[in-house]
Write a protein that binds this ligand. Structure first.
Ligand code: G4P
Length: 525
């Protein structure tokens, strides 16, 4: 591909994540989008998901058992001359670390809100991360087919709870049983509810009035919506592209994912407004890598073992930041300087995985990994070394002692342990003197998933004894004296053999600090 072609291809990419509180409708809206993209033939939503036909994110039985999505999956499709990468994010808060990293790999985010519930706790948490990244955020107020909250309230809540301006792109005409349609300010038209085809759209004249006969019989519902639209136009936040691109204003769309109402309008508007792949900054330098730079570069934001239980494979998900990926290219792994040939890569088309021929900046590809990659790794072609910025890492707060139930299973125990730890969902430590294994995680569910996967994927039952919540603090090995350790501050070492204390609570930490004022403790490596 020459530079012009590359630029054109890159500009077609739209890479985004959908964030929401569980049950707001993320899966349903994703399915509708895949339907528009022709990836699936019908969007039967959750019923199909529950019966196992919709296999994009139910590869782990635990997901079904718990009724939640615990993995980030990637879906790609082509729609209206755009190549779209959607990154799904786990809704459960115990997986926020995975979600945080996933959000580093996208250029925009879609926030789905249940219009009956408004902004829920997990939406708030995820929003904070997106906000920190300064990427555009698009809001879909879902479930209009049910009685929900006043739309004006919902918009006001964005500013009150999330500190972001909401700018309405369309407005509901009625709600729940009274839902009649959407007043679409952006496209200057009405969109009627429960109508298929293009005749559901009615054009509005320059004054924003219906040019034709009004088919909405319930005039009071229609008049109320018109009144609110007037109010929003006059007193609401004015559309500001710069603010949107910086993540300081969010365009708000209303609809109902389940009844496929307003989703297509949302998707089309989103694709018009969402940015093409962004440039990426390098670590510890002011250098910027442009997406249409002909040299290839990418970073690993996720590693997942046993995606397909029949194949026992391990996949490193990479976000391409510049250039073009071709099967068989040689890349340098920045951390080790090692040159690797990338023969085996995969794209993700809903429930089928397709082999990648070419992919460009903005795309996500999965590299089959035999143990070379770590989360946060940069790979590149060309002579100039590239290292992108570090991905966020959480300090674990909960700890468990772990061992194989059956001592004869040490081999699979170690293998499973090593692979699951490399995925980054749990952290592994050893007791300083005995080398007993200790796992650290951000939330309880991660331990459960670990235990479940050890059994299912490595055929190894593990026994876990909770140590409880602890405060992890690394200590300079030069300053360490083993007698400093006690039951209140357990001494362990991390994977790189660096020592750290696990303090029982703040008091234990404060006590330690007053006893050893010269010893430096740090919450990060
Ligand atoms: P999630 O991925 O964000 O967790 O949500 P998901 O799409 O799975 O949707 C959660 C529930 O909300 C599902 O109900 C789904 O059908 C419903 N839902 C999604 N969009 C809409 C909508 O626009 N209107 C209405 N009325 N419902 C919607 P479910 O299958 O009954 O699940 P559950 O209630 O058993 O949890």
């Amino acid at each position: 591909m020459d530079k012009n072609e590359l630029k054109q291809e890159v500009n077609k990419r739209r890479t985004f994540a959908i964030i929401s509180h569980p049950d707001a409708g993320k899966t349903t809206i994703t399915e509708q989008m895949l339907y528009f993209g022709g990836v699936i033939r019908s969007a039967g939503t959750v019923k199909a998901k529950k019966s196992g036909q919709f296999a994009t994110s139910d590869w782990m039985e635990i997901e079904k058992k718990r009724g939640i999505s615990v993995t980030s999956s990637v879906m790609q499709f082509h729609y209206r001359n755009k190549d779209i990468n959607i990154l799904d994010t786990p809704g459960h808060e115990d997986f926020s670390e995975d979600t945080y990293r996933t959000l580093m790999a996208v250029d925009a985010a879609v926030m789905v809100i249940d219009s009956a519930k408004g902004i829920e706790p997990q939406t708030k948490k995820l929003f904070k991360v997106v906000k920190k990244r300064g990427i555009p955020i698009f809001t879909f107020m879902n479930k209009l087919d049910r009685d929900g909250r006043d739309p004006l309230d919902l918009i006001a809540e964005l500013e009150e709870l999330l500190n972001i301006e909401g700018c309405a792109m369309n407005w509901p005409i009625g709600m729940g049983k009274e839902l009649k349609g959407l007043y679409d300010m952006r496209n200057n038209r009405l969109e009627l509810y429960r109508k298929d085809g293009d005749d559901r759209f009615l054009p509005l004249n320059d004054e924003g009035k219906l040019a034709e006969h009004n088919p909405i019989e319930d005039e009071s519902v229609y008049d109320q919506a018109l009144g609110e639209v007037e109010l929003v136009k006059e007193a609401g936040n004015q559309f500001d592209r710069d603010k949107i691109m910086a993540g300081n204003q969010t365009p708000v769309f209303f609809g109902s994912a389940l009844t496929n109402f307003g989703v297509e309008t949302f998707l089309n508007s989103f694709l018009d407004m969402a940015p093409a792949p962004a440039a990426h900054k390098e670590q510890d330098s002011d250098e910027i890598v442009q997406p249409d730079d002909p040299e290839f570069s990418a970073f690993v934001f996720k590693i997942q073992a046993n995606m397909n239980p029949n194949h026992r494979d391990r996949i490193a998900f990479v976000r391409i930041c510049s250039g073009e990926f071709e099967r068989g290219i040689d890349v340098t792994l920045q951390r080790t300087g090692k040159v690797l040939r990338l023969n085996n890569a995969t794209e993700f088309m809903s429930d089928q995985r397709e082999t990648v021929k070419t992919a460009v900046a903005g795309d996500i590809v999965g590299l089959y990994d035999t143990g070379n990659f770590q989360i946060g790794d940069t790979i590149y072609t060309g002579k100039k070394s590239v290292q992108f910025e570090d991905l966020p890492q959480f300090t674990p707060e909960m700890f468990m002692e772990v061992q194989a139930k059956n001592v004869m299973k040490q081999k699979s125990f170690h293998k499973g342990m090593q692979q699951l730890v490399q995925e980054g969902a749990v952290q592994l430590y050893k007791k300083y003197t005995t080398n007993d294994y200790i796992l650290g995680a951000v939330g309880q569910l991660q331990f459960e998933v670990f235990q479940f996967r050890m059994k299912n994927e490595y055929n190894c039952d593990v026994v876990m004894n909770p140590i409880g919540s602890r405060i992890a603090r690394w200590v300079d090995p030069e300053q360490l004296d083993q007698s400093m350790s006690s039951t209140r501050n357990m001494l362990v070492k991390d994977l790189d053999d660096k020592p750290l204390f696990l303090f029982e609570n703040r008091f234990a930490e404060n006590w330690f600090v007053s006893k050893y004022p010269d010893v430096k403790l740090s919450s990060k490596l």
